[in-house]
Design a binder for this molecule. Structure first.
Ligand code: APR
Ligand code: ZN
Length: 374
């Protein structure tokens, strides 16, 4: 049998919080039992990578979690993948055997769930090093590297026909937004929907709402370009509100134009203050607020109990409620059948060595998704 060796390749290493990534020669160890080593083909930059790079303390680290690639080698015991399979990486895995994986109600795998310490699930170790010094992972994916090692439960085999440079967006942001609209909120036809934050996540919620036949989709963003560029044209946003253009609280404006509040509101910014605003923008009785954002600061959510006394619900979710292995292949097929749009979210394409430009574009609000080609 071919025993995989250590691979030396290029990776963009973050040495310090908020400092430019540096291209380094890294050693990538062979996949351990139940792991696979993946040649990353494309990775798109997601806001959560930036949030973690700015605010977390685990360094040196290889970020990146929204990615597509090709299996290069498999570790002991892996039967699901062979060399050459096309995969999407996922930041929250599916072991298929834990209580949550067995339940229809949850995608919160207890074995391969969100990894926060920068190591692999199986042995709390890392598979990267630079000149002998260990480099930490991010969300057990670390796609800002030509090769990476992931647990076989954190990768999803997809159709060889699907273009890897597009479907990488289904590995996180676009899938998360669609899932929030369909699985978590389960938006019904004719509904009024309000979305806070028109980045990729918020616009994917809009697309999901449109496909469910929502009658009014109100988009809220402080960046006026978001609307003109894409929101209305591609993703079905019917009304655009910029809170900076009003002298009254935006929830009051929303209540007025929606006849008493939206049926569903979505927080897609990562600002817990906006969760409160989103809750206040919903109607009494059945109003539902779904949170998708990941806050950088002030993680506590404040709300008056009367919101709940009047029948509103606040619901959290991770990855739009999708079970990655069970559900992602069919989402990829929907894209192939032109039932969902993905290409429209890609505003920029950049070569790997220019990854820092993607960080700048996103921080300046100039892009939706920037796809990095390895
Ligand atoms: N009010 C309204 N809109 C805002 C505000 C605000 N106070 N602050 C920021 N925004 C808008 C930005 O202008 C931007 O259009 O929110 C949008 C966020 O979009 P992106 O930065 O492109 O982020 P995205 O990748 O869509 O992720 C959104 O979901 O997964 C999480 O960590 C992620 O918290 C982030 C959120
Ligand atoms: Zn599980």
């Amino acid at each position: 049998i071919d025993q995989p060796n250590v691979i030396t390749c290029k990776a963009m290493v973050a040495w310090e919080a908020g400092k430019d990534l540096v291209m380094e020669e890294v050693e990538v160890s062979p996949p351990q039992p139940q792991e696979i080593r993946v040649k990353v083909i494309c990775t798109s930059l997601c806001r959560t990578d930036i949030t973690a790079w700015e605010s977390q303390a685990i360094f040196p680290r290889i970020f990146g979690h929204e990615a597509s690639g090709i299996v290069e080698s498999v570790g002991e015991g892996v039967t699901e993948f062979v060399k050459g399979d096309h995969v999407l990486t996922v930041f929250t895995g599916e072991c298929k055997t834990c209580k949550h994986c067995e339940s229809k109600k949850s995608n919160m795998c207890q074995v391969l769930g969100l990894e926060r310490r920068g190591v692999m699930h199986s042995d709390q170790g890392t598979r990267f090093s630079v000149k002998g010094k260990p480099v930490y992972h991010y969300c057990a994916v670390s796609s800002f590297s030509e090769y990476t090692v992931v647990h076989s439960g954190c990768a999803v085999k997809v159709s060889q026909q699907a273009p890897l440079e597009k479907i990488c967006l289904l590995s996180c942001g676009v899938a998360a937004g669609l899932g929030a609209a369909w699985n978590v909120a389960d938006i019904s036809k004719g509904s009024i929907v309000v979305i806070f934050g028109l980045g990729t996540v918020g616009l994917a919620v809009a697309q999901g709402a449109k496909l469910r036949g929502a009658s009014q989709i109100i988009g809220v963003d402080i960046n006026p370009e978001k609307y003109e560029k894409v929101a209305a044209k591609c993703f079905g946003v019917t009304d655009f509100l910029n809170p900076n253009e009003y002298n009254e609280p935006i929830q009051q404006v929303i209540k007025r134009i929606s006849g008493g509040g939206a049926d569903y509101s979505f927080e897609c910014i990562g600002n817990t203050g906006m969760v409160t605003t989103a809750l206040q923008s919903c109607c009494d009785g059945w109003g539902l607020t779904v949170t998708l954002g990941v806050p950088k600061t002030n993680p506590e959510i404040a709300s008056h109990y009367s919101a709940f006394l009047s029948g509103k619900t606040l619901k959290g979710s991770l990855f739009g409620g999708w079970k990655p292995k069970s559900d992602l292949p069919s989402l990829v097929n929907k894209y192939m059948n032109r039932e969902i749009q993905v290409d429209e979210f890609i505003t920029h394409n950049l070569p790997f060595e220019d990854i820092n430009k993607a960080f700048t574009l996103m921080r300046e609000g100039k892009c939706l998704r920037c796809v990095i080609h390895m």
